[in-house]
Design a protein around this ligand. Sequence first.
Ligand SMILES: Cc1ncc(COP(=O)(O)O)c(C=O)c1O
Length: 368
Amino acid sequence: MAKPISFARGAPSLDIVDVEGLREAADRAFANDPGGATAYGTAIGYPPLRAWIAERHQVEPESVIVTNGSMQADAFLFEALVEPGDTVIVERPTYDRTLLSLRQRGADVRMVELEHDGIDVAALERVLLAGARPKLAHIIPNFQNPAGYTLSAAKRERLLELARAHQFTIFEDDPYVELRFEGSPQATMLSLDPERVVYASSFSKTVCPGIRVGYLVGPAELIARIVKIATTTYISPNMVSEAIVNEFCRSGAIDQSIETVKAALRERAQTLGDALRRELPEARFVAPEGGYFMWVELPRGADVGALFTAAAERGVQFVKGSDFVLEGADSSLRLAYSGVTPAEIEEGVGRLAEAYREVTASSTVDAA
Ligand SMILES: Cc1ncc(COP(=O)(O)O)c(C=O)c1O
């Protein structure tokens, strides 16, 4: 069996995690604030980190809750705002775990097509004019998971206009924002309209996922309600992790870490794009400007289920596009380049192309 190469996991490879910097930050956390780092704390999170995040987003600390990863933040937000039967807008495709979590809550999930410059706002408007009354629209604005696309400035403005006119909240889920390696950054929707937006981000992609620290920023009264839910759920999040992240951020190690991650991602995305163009010219994709993911569309009729099996036989993993939608996306797949070196990417795409040739040799694919 060939050496496994995984394009499946949205996680960094170990070589781009600043392990030494984290060890030093941990030493400082225990030396500088042994009481705070080892106590239960409260559900708002570790106060110095909460203050640091508040300053970064230019909001009051009362607008911030720090949680065990942003998945936990999402779960609290859904618990606070989404009742069974409530309509929630999501992008199509979208992050599979959010989709699952909303469906488990019994939400009426409406998918609106994602275009190369973000959600199709005209299609969203049609859904609204047809009578949908969403509580929430979940949007991943930068280097979207799974597509890698970024929401344009004009669409950010339009989404906020629609949210104001139709009285829904925008849930801006933004864990990849710091990982832009091409082009210029866009203003967050949070900064454009803090009353309409609840914002989530995470240190999973800039520090490491195992630290499990994420956060929400939103209107203070909503955050206060979420703090109550958090208290009854777990008393408080992990204070040791948050104290370490606090030291890591305040020393500036995070800025170096972001530079390391971005440089690696830039090279990996470039290598992946070049290898696909060379080995699998049928593949359609948009070169991402940041983040972890590339969405690959194969010709209509391509059987990605069969490709998944044929690739796995060659030790290559990816996630099928159909996992990110309610139905369809049968000829698409998500390739994560965050956890693979350029050499592995070259090798992995070679094997993927071989698997594709095998699968298409035994089926008819529309070349359109
Ligand atoms: C869009 C999006 N939201 C949330 C998460 C969860 O991140 P965390 O590790 O902070 O829980 C991810 C992780 O892949 C993600 O892609």
